[in-house]
Design a binder for this molecule. Structure first.
Ligand SMILES: Cc1cc2nc3c(=O)[nH]c(=O)nc-3n(C[C@H](O)[C@H](O)[C@H](O)COP(=O)(O)OP(=O)(O)OC[C@H]3O[C@@H](n4cnc5c(N)ncnc54)[C@H](O)[C@@H]3O)c2cc1C
Length: 233
């Protein structure tokens, strides 16, 4: 198993309560977009705190690796939020198959909340490498303040990409769509759904609900659906 000590270099606000954490990327650090890794940080006394996260960075970025999370009351989240820049942390075990494949010509990412991280890594990779994959992103959140990577997503332009936001509890001023990712929404926003491969990422309850809609209401075969369950939410 490969392991690295990497230096913590930057924290970035992405949405309300949602932050990205960046670390220097070692030269021999290889990963695929949408994969996840284990990170161990120093806690109180001798305690070592371990969590795993999807990369929100893309492998074509040579200088840093990044993950993004919702800051909650847990020991890990409070500790990483207070971590001093320059601290060395332990990173290991890169896993996961939530990765775009250049043989796929048309895909759709269906994401809820923090599930955007693994999709964002893939979409950034497709943009940077001119992967020639036609991508639709359906991104569900509670309200405007919860939308992570909004500017970056809106910055992906070109015929290859379309993003549609949907909010369950939008606040005043929202002119976009209201509701959840259901069959009607998928049919209207992904009219060529029968030609696409589907990726779903987010908290487990949401991933399971969307998978059921895709399989039972839309009629997508299981072998055309890939999921990443963010267990722990
Ligand atoms: C493949 C994968 C990718 C992930 N990517 C991200 C990401 O990009 N961003 C992000 O914020 N989170 C991601 N997660 C979830 C992350 O690992 C944490 O579980 C989550 O952030 C909650 O951490 P916490 O410190 O707030 O809660 P914790 O205090 O760690 O846990 C809250 C509750 O969940 C339970 N729990 C924690 N981890 C697991 C687990 N693995 N399986 C089952 N139960 C568990 C605990 O027992 C506790 O009851 C991912 C998880 C997986 C499996």
């Amino acid at each position: 198993m490969k392991e690295w000590e990497v230096r913590y270099i930057e924290k970035i606000d992405r949405a309300e309560g949602t932050k990205s954490f960046r670390f220097e990327r070692p030269r021999d650090f290889e990963y695929l977009p949408g994969q996840y890794f284990f990170i161990e940080i120093p806690g109180e006394g001798d305690r070592r705190l371990v969590h795993h996260f999807s990369f929100s960075s893309t492998p074509s970025e040579p200088d840093f690796i990044e993950f993004t999370t919702r800051i909650r009351e847990s020991e890990f989240k409070q500790t990483i939020d207070a971590l001093k820049l320059g601290t060395l942390v332990h990173v290991s075990e890169i896993h996961g198959e939530f990765t775009l494949d250049k043989r796929m010509k048309k895909v759709a990412f269906l994401c809820g909340g923090i599930g955007i991280t693994a999709a964002f890594s893939n979409i950034s990779w497709a943009a940077v490498t001119n992967a020639e994959i036609d991508i639709i992103l359906l991104y569900a959140n509670h309200n405007q303040r919860a939308i992570a990577f909004k500017n970056e997503i809106d910055g992906f332009t070109g015929d290859w990409f379309k993003a549609v936001h949907i909010l369950s509890q939008p606040e005043e001023g929202w002119t976009g769509l209201k509701g959840h990712i259901d069959a009607g929404f998928i049919h209207s926003q992904v009219p060529d759904w029968s030609e696409r491969f589907f990726y779903i990422s987010g908290p487990p309850a949401m991933v399971e609900a969307i998978k059921k809609v895709l399989a039972e209401d839309v009629g997508i075969p299981e072998d055309k659906i890939k999921t990443e369950n963010f267990l722990g939410y």
